[in-house]
Each structure stands twice: as C-alpha cells, then as structure tokens.
Design a protein around this ligand. Sequence first.
Ligand SMILES: Cc1cc2nc3c(=O)[nH]c(=O)nc-3n(C[C@H](O)[C@H](O)[C@H](O)COP(=O)(O)O)c2cc1C
Length: 180
Amino acid sequence: MKNVLIISASPAKDGNTDLLSAQFKRGAEEAGHRTEQVFLRQKKIGYCHACNYCKRPETAGVCAIKDDMAELMEQLRAADVIVLATPVYYYNVNARMKTFIDRTYADFMNLKNNEFYYILASADPSTESIDAAVNGLRGFTVCLDNAMEKGIIYGVNAGAHGSVRDAKAMNEAYELGKGI
Ligand SMILES: Cc1cc2nc3c(=O)[nH]c(=O)nc-3n(C[C@H](O)[C@H](O)[C@H](O)COP(=O)(O)O)c2cc1C
C-alpha cells in the first residue's frame, strides 16, 4: 500500500481538474492505496520571498512564512506518490500550482524517491499544445532526488465547467490511479 497525495490547483469546485483527480483517487483507493487530496483553493499559501531563511544553518528547512504550506510539506514528505493536478492557464500551469511549487523551496531536498503523476485540464483539443504546462511541472520534479514520472492525464478539449465528464481522459485517470 502506498500513500498517495493529490494536489489539486483549480479554483473551480467540481471543475475539470477536480473531476479527473477524483477519478484517479477512486482508482487508487480501489487498488488498496491510502489517498489524501488537497485543494489549494482552500489553503492559504503565500509567494516565496526568496529570503533564504530556509537555507540558514539555524533555520534550515523551515520557511519564514507562516501559513498552510508547513502542513503541506509534511504531507509531501509522507507521500510515496504525488499527483499534481492543474488547469492550463496561458499554456502553462496555473498560478496556484506554481506558487505551491515555489514554496517547496524550503525543503524540497527531502522529497525523495517519489512517483509523480500529472493531471491537466485545458480548452485546447491538442495534447501537444499543453506541453509547456507539462514542462512547468517537470521543472519541479527534475529538481528532486530520484523523482519518477509515471503518467500524464491530458484532459483536453474541456473549455466548459465539467465538460471533461464525457471525455476518455476520465477513464484514463481512473485506470492510471488503479495501476499505481
Ligand atoms: C485564466 C484562464 C486561462 C486559460 N488559458 C488557457 C490556455 O492557455 N489554453 C487552454 O487550452 N485553455 C485555457 N483555459 C481554459 C481552462 O484550462 C479549461 O477550461 C480547464 O478545463 C479548466 O479546468 P477547471 O475546470 O479545473 O478549472 C484558461 C482558463 C482560464 C480561466
């Protein structure tokens, strides 16, 4: 059994990112894994100040900003599998996802040997068009020790709220979760 942590960055409750994440979660649970889902829209996470407080010997690994990110870092450290789920905004990850990623700076060195899955939702029908967003997520995982990219869900052609519901990506997300 693995600890699966799903980070969902969409502001839209029950939107396309949420629907795909829920499918992945259902599959993972059916396969016997323990899952936890964090909705970034419910969290208070400020921008990284780049103050390097976290790099001083006496405060190493601790962020100077006191908000919900401390709890999230604990959840990340406890996870075996990390799922990053984001809507595509201007052909990249959305700002909530990026702000979250930036804030792992305090202690990203202690995220080791994690399996990663990416879930993306976009209006554009082509998967290639959201490569920049995928690369945005890879910009994070490439900095981690032995991060393993295991799968990507392209929830494309989903411009309207909840419209991914009829897409094949829904079943793909379920199967990917189940295959952990
Ligand atoms: C600010 C903003 C920017 C967007 N930019 C893009 C884009 O560059 N390319 C695209 O295909 N869709 C874009 N979209 C559409 C969303 O990616 C799409 O509707 C997605 O399914 C939303 O997911 P959600 O329901 O989880 O919020 C944008 C939507 C918003 C609100």
